[in-house]
Design a protein around this ligand. Structure first.
Ligand code: S5P
Length: 250
């Protein structure tokens, strides 16, 4: 068997991006590598969830375009909770267009993502220059997806990683494997009670993504927000994730 590659502890990672540094600081302070994905469709549910899981997460990931009653007042309320409980706001917009269109989607419309998000996700399919439009934010590049039959094969991942590594505003990547020493790694598709849904999602355990992929942050959606007690379950994912991270250091 090939020798096991040692993982670089979070505090020793050479993170260049200021938002990446903030995220790592929060992780070390809270002993958490958990990002909760708040894929709920009303602002009331979302704010409630933010209050419940806020102490246990480093960031709350949003899909603002699924919210029925989105408003900038809601964002102001969410920002208050994020500040009080010390977590970042991560809009999972998965941009995938030419730079000019992405800029409009990022700055305009009713969501005005660029005015409040700390982090965003973007595909890199349109090339490096298309990413330049994302200012004052940490970009997390999608280089590999979690779903069955995804087109992100080894060839795509290699090319996508080149784009991600050469764009200075990219702080990390979403992937299902060890990919880069310099960028933070984010892994969705984590659930301790089921292995998938009937729409192509595939799940791993915190143990698998922390020890097998050396991921830095795990993203948990339905595992938390659909549970009977999101606060308790978020705390459980937090301890499982941090214990698996610590175990992966030795
Ligand atoms: O490859 C991916 C990338 C992302 S960002 N697979 C994913 O599942 N995601 C997102 O992570 C997805 O959009 C959803 O918001 C979350 C996973 O949610 P869950 O309910 O399946 O845990």
């Amino acid at each position: 068997a090939p020798p096991e590659v040692k993982r670089v502890p979070l505090e020793q990672k050479q993170i260049q991006h200021p938002v990446g540094k903030r995220l790592v600081d929060i992780a070390l302070k809270k002993k958490s590598n958990l990002i909760a994905s708040a894929d709920v469709i009303t602002t009331a549910e979302l704010l409630k969830l933010a209050e419940e899981v806020g102490d246990h997460v480093v960031a709350l990931k949003l899909h603002t375009d699924i919210i029925k009653d989105f408003s900038m007042d809601f964002i102001e309320n969410l920002k208050k909770i994020a500040k009080e409980k010390d977590f970042l706001l991560f809009e999972d917009r998965k941009f995938a267009d030419i730079g000019n269109t992405q800029e409009l989607q990022y700055k305009e419309g009713i969501y005005k993502i660029g005015s409040w998000a700390d982090m965003i996700t973007s595909h890199v399919i349109a090339g490096e220059e298309s990413l330049k439009v994302f200012d004052n934010v940490g970009v997390v590049a999608i280089v590999e997806m979690s779903s069955k039959g995804t087109l992100t094969d080894d060839y795509y991942i290699g090319k996508a990683l080149n784009v991600a590594e050469s764009a200075p505003n990219v702080m990390g990547v979403v992937a299902q494997r060890k990919v880069s020493d310099d960028l933070l790694l984010f892994t969705p598709g984590v659930n301790i009670s089921t292995s998938g849904d009937n729409k192509g999602q595939q799940y791993n355990t915190p143990e698998r993504v922390m020890r097998g992929y050396h991921t830095d942050f795990m993203i948990v959606g339905r595992g938390i927000y659909q549970s009977a007690n999101p606060k308790e379950v978020a705390q459980e994912y937090q301890s499982l994730g941090w214990a698996a991270y610590e175990a992966s250091l030795s």
